[in-house]
Ligand binder design. Structure first.
Ligand code: ACM
Length: 617
């Protein structure tokens, strides 16, 4: 009997393994429960029965030559048919769908596959969905896809990622790779933070020193806070910039992927790189260098002088060229974190404030941004700024990007201005995404599960004014492209889904199972991502007894956490965490390992007593 049960178990196990392998081999996009592992999850998805076989013999029909070219690029193994009669796959642009500009309808039956959209953007997004039903690379001769019907359209029109290329420079090839990754997940805005204190990255032909001087700083490695100042005579050899041809190439590349590139030229603060090139732009007019760190803040003037006409002439020159390079309707002018202490001491500012009856330096910043808006508008563009542009009064037609939580966005919407929600607590991709003990240097904390709770549309706000949102990656602690990917994914999966999918579809455990499927896709593509979601978190409270009370957490449901406090390595025979416990006297560290379904998951987390004590403060 025991033997028979054992045999049954073995057969069942083998059958399970066979079914799983079959599913993985033949339906790479299928997640748990056989629903396709699509990110972002579509507005509506009904599974059919059976499969349709896409193969190198399959003929597609598309009457529109632009569509034909797109299919040949995205699904190169398909062959084009000259008439519908010779095809089983159809791609169609039709005004008859009641879906918006970016929506699509994908219908797969065992006999045919039809993708329809009202515009090319929708067709492109439908193709991204179809590609997620297929393997990453097309090396086989046939690919079964499940019968289904998807009707899909985005919740928000602005679905962005921001990349800071100033603190560290990422070359054109990587920027294109990043744009490719964004397009696969239906992002449609690439916010390019092109300038900041630590580097000016866009060629401005009429102001050549911006890149000759401003694009270069002294080389440094290490944690941002520890980076040393330049030594006397040290050569600024680290950096780089995009030529205008590079910019045009990236913009065109993004356009082909239905991504709008928004340039940001940050001012009046965060602009030391330009000041190093043209010191007359500040109140102090002191010689400056491009800093490799942020230690100069408040000590050296990194703020444009808003009270000197030559500042506005400079901005006009820059925006003339920026406007010609970027077809986007917006120029982002920054406006964040400007230190105004030097304005307070500046004679020309005292006079300007008197002439224009400005009560304080916040109103002086508002005066500056309003003048900048006029320049932006004279180039045929609209102004976006970070939420500090609310201080002292908004410029008449400004769009506000809200990063201090949602409150700036709520306030701007109350004043009838469009807003983009990018609250740091949910969408700053430079924050720690796992327990700091197991992560590269950063600050703050933003778990994947927290990102997934972002709600860009507060109840009190007119929905038509919230254009959407984005994730922002500042790169002070991001020295190379692999690490850009690590910090971006998987939290950008969550942002993609929040901005595209209906709110009612949010389900974190279900989302996680799709994320794990996409980890495998990234493995195949060589795209880096963080596995931090697999690691435990340790938090600490001070217990009334004076001891440290340890709380262990994990983001993945159904995980067991085993820990030791005796300096040995935990396995599944170590104490199982069930509730907060007091850290034993004499112990100098805790080690925690997560298990799922009997298998270790993620990395061993080790936190020393000194670190636990810091966490308890
Ligand atoms: C910002 O994070 N300073 C916009």
């Amino acid at each position: 009997m025991a033997c028979l049960t054992g045999l049954c178990r073995l057969l069942t196990l083998n059958l399970c393994i066979f079914v799983s392998l079959f599913c993985l081999l033949f339906f790479p996009g299928l997640g748990k429960g056989q629903t396709p592992a699509l990110i972002p999850v579509p507005e509506s998805l009904e599974m059919g029965s059976g499969t349709f076989m896409l193969s190198t013999q399959t003929r597609f029909y598309a009457s529109n030559p632009e569509v034909r070219a797109l299919i040949q690029e995205q699904l190169p193994f398909l062959k084009s048919a000259s008439s519908p009669a010779g095809a089983t796959v159809f791609f169609e642009i039709t005004p008859k769908l009641s879906l918006g500009r970016e929506g699509y309808d994908l219908h797969i039956s065992p006999k045919s596959l039809t993708l329809k959209a009202t515009q090319m953007a929708g067709l492109f997004y439908g193709l991204q969905t179809l590609r997620q039903l297929l393997p990453v690379s097309y090396t086989a001769s046939s690919y079964p896809v499940p019968a289904l019907h998807i009707r899909d359209q985005p919740r928000f029109g602005w679905r962005g990622l921001m990349l800071d290329v100033s603190r560290h420079f990422f070359d054109k090839a990587f920027v294109k790779r990043y744009i490719d990754q964004m397009a696969r997940y239906k992002f449609n805005v690439f916010h390019w933070h092109l300038t900041d204190d630590q580097g000016w990255r866009i060629e401005i032909k009429s102001l050549p020193k911006l890149t000759q001087v401003g694009a270069w700083r002294v080389p440094r490695t290490g944690r941002w806070w520890d980076i040393a100042n330049p030594e006397s005579g040290e050569v600024p050899s680290y950096g780089g910039f995009y030529t205008q041809d590079d910019i045009r190439e990236v913009v065109a590349y993004a356009q082909q992927r239905h991504i709008t590139v928004i340039p940001e030229i940050d001012m009046p603060g965060h602009i030391m790189s330009a000041i190093a090139a043209y010191p007359h732009l500040t109140c102090e007019q002191a010689p400056a260098e491009v800093p490799p760190n942020g230690k100069f803040y408040k000590l050296k003037d990194n703020t444009l002088n808003p009270c000197n006409e030559s500042t506005y002439a400079f901005i006009d020159q820059v925006f003339t060229e920026v406007a010609q390079l970027f077809p986007a309707p917006y120029i982002h002018v920054g406006g964040d974190e400007a230190y105004k202490g030097f304005w307070e001491k500046c004679e020309s500012c005292r006079q300007t404030m008197q002439t224009h009856q400005l009560k304080n330096v916040e109103e002086l910043q508002s005066y500056f941004i309003k003048r900048v808006e006029k320049i932006v508008q004279s180039k045929g563009k609209k102004l976006i700024g970070w939420d500090e542009i609310l201080e002292g009064g908004l410029a008449p037609d400004a769009t506000v990007m809200s990063w201090h939580g949602l409150r700036g966005g709520i306030e701007a919407a109350k004043q009838n201005h469009p807003v983009i929600m990018t609250p740091f607590q949910f969408s700053y991709l430079d924050l720690y995404q796992g327990d700091p003990a197991a992560e590269p240097a950063s600050y703050g904390n933003l778990k994947l599960s927290t990102t997934y709770t972002l709600e860009p549309l507060p109840d009190s706000v007119d929905a038509t004014l919230v254009l959407g949102g984005q994730g922002n990656l500042w790169t002070e602690n991001v020295p190379h492209a692999r690490h850009v990917e690590y910090m971006t994914w998987p939290r950008a999966f969550a942002i993609a889904e929040i901005l595209w999918s209906p709110r009612r579809k949010r389900d974190f455990p279900e989302f996680l199972s799709r994320v794990e499927n996409h980890f495998k896709r990234f493995d195949e593509q060589g795209v880096n991502y963080a596995r931090s979601v697999y690691n435990p978190f340790v938090s600490v409270q001070k217990h009334p007894s004076g001891s440290l009370e340890i709380v262990l957490e994990h983001e993945i449901p159904g995980t067991q956490l085993y820990y030791t406090t005796d300096n040995t390595l935990p396995d599944s025979y170590a104490p199982l965490y069930t509730q907060p416990f007091l850290f034993p006297k004499g112990s100098d560290r805790i080690k925690v390992l997560a298990y799922r379904a009997g298998k270790p998951l993620g990395r061993l987390l080790e936190v020393s007593l000194a670190d636990l004590e810091k966490r308890a403060k």
